[in-house]
Design a protein around this ligand. Structure first.
Ligand SMILES: Cc1ncc(COP(=O)(O)O)c(C=O)c1O
Length: 406
């Protein structure tokens, strides 16, 4: 039987193949160190959990909530933007709470896309950036991800040669998976370009607070006039270690926020009220929880870069996010990221995410998530060192045949 139209456009999740192999290895007794999925392992801070428990005891919170978020939550998000970025937002018209930023992004795509609309999207990138639009009938044109002057010539070509003309441009800095961070100057140039070409800009700022080198990543909304064309998504998942709570935000252009609000009003009644109450308390906190989360990821990053380097695998230190974007060691490069990831599970008991899962431009890298503690990261490095020693250096053909023989 033929696949449904939409399902045919959604390739099976590449990560599923790695997950299956991981499950098989675990079932066989292997202790797999899982640096694959971007699922934060840290507990949500106790005060936020306590606030949830307190709110849930009030039966009035058991009713349907408000789809766009309770007023106090939207005010808290507006206050965060003002404090952190100096960006003023009207909590009634320029802020909406979403069920995680992923849901917000996907439903924004649904709200603004007509069949055949062209969207400019980075490659490699977090899958919903492309597939949110593909599910909505849009067509993707890939962009480079490096946020510097080299970004603009290919962008200009893409706009010039797309028929019909693109409607929107996606940004995601700090980037998952590459961990590139954009500067304010870059955003200024992007906004000028987008205004000139009548493009909507959707910015995914899920890693606004996970940065390691002193300078907090800017918001594109800091650029004067950005609000005319731009919406930005943020998430509580990483910032407060609340991934399972499903709480995020879209803020910015009133017309776009209103379109998303309309679509969501048909789809959901908002997050469970106690979650919204606890999220409000988190955002109104003194920032110490955020600093704690950031410092744990930073220590893990330093251990990863140091121990993997000593094991013979040079991993560039990510300036932000909870991921390292690691070039596949040269002797394995030609096998591609999926086969290399499988090899690492089978031979080193370490799971990583194959770069191809983030787009074809990702196939020479794997993404290593900082979701195991320092001890386990060191253990992974020891195991990889042994694996690299058994495969020698330099002869890719041997390695491929070794993998095929298993
Ligand atoms: C870039 C990026 N955007 C969005 C998300 C999803 O976040 P949320 O849990 O808020 O849906 C992730 C999660 O990994 C991400 O890496």
């Amino acid at each position: 039987m033929e696949e449904f139209h939409k399902v045919r456009r959604l390739p099976p999740y590449v990560f599923e193949q790695v997950n299956r192999l991981k499950a098989t290895a675990r079932a066989g007794g292997a202790d797999i160190i899982d640096l694959g999925m971007g699922n934060p392992d840290l507990p949500t801070p106790q005060a936020i959990v306590d606030k949830l428990c307190e709110a849930v005891r009030d039966p009035r919170t058991h009713r349907y909530s408000t789809s766009r978020g309770i007023p106090g939550l939207r005010r808290a998000q507006a206050a965060y933007y003002e404090r952190r970025f100096g960006v003023k937002l009207d909590p009634n018209t320029e802020v909406i709470a979403t069920l995680g930023s992923k849901e917000g992004f996907a439903n924004m795509a649904q709200a603004i896309t007509a069949p055949g609309d062209v969207i400019l999207c980075p490659n490699p990138t977090y899958p919903i950036h492309a597939f949110g639009f593909i599910m909505s009938g849009g067509v993707i044109r890939s962009l480079d991800v490096v946020p510097d002057a080299s970004f603009f010539a290919p962008l200009e070509r893409s706009v010039k040669h797309s028929i019909p003309k693109p409607i929107a441009l996606i940004l995601n800095y700090p980037s998952n998976p590459t961990s590139y961070v954009a500067s304010y100057e870059f955003y200024k140039d992007v906004i000028a370009f987008a205004k000139k070409h009548d493009l909507i800009v959707l910015s995914d700022l899920a890693y606004s607070e996970i940065y390691f080198d002193g300078t907090p990543p800017p918001s594109v909304l800091q650029v004067p006039g950005a609000k005319d064309i731009c919406v930005e998504f943020t998430s509580m998942s990483k910032t407060f270690s609340m991934p399972g709570w499903r709480m995020g935000f879209a803020v910015g252009n009133e017309r776009l926020i209103s379109a998303l609000t309309r679509v969501k009003s048909y789809l959901d009644y908002g997050a469970f009220t106690p979650i919204q109450v606890a999220a409000t308390a988190a955002l109104n906190g003194d920032g110490s929880d955020i600093a704690e989360v950031r410092s744990i990821y930073k220590k893990r990053r330093d251990v990863l870069v140091d121990s993997f380097g000593k094991a013979g695998w040079d991993v560039p230190p990510p300036p932000a996010t909870m991921f390292a974007w690691a070039p596949i060691p040269p002797q394995f490069r030609d096998m591609g990221s999926l086969e290399f990831s499988k090899l690492l599970i089978e031979k080193a008991d370490v799971a990583v995410a194959p770069g191809i899962g983030f787009g074809e431009q990702g196939d020479y890298h794997v993404r290593i998530a900082l979701v195991e503690n320092e001890h386990r990261i060191r253990q992974a490095a020891r195991s990889i060192k042994k694996f690299l020693a058994t495969t020698g250096t330099g002869d890719a053909a041997n390695v491929v045949s070794l993998s095929a023989r298993r």
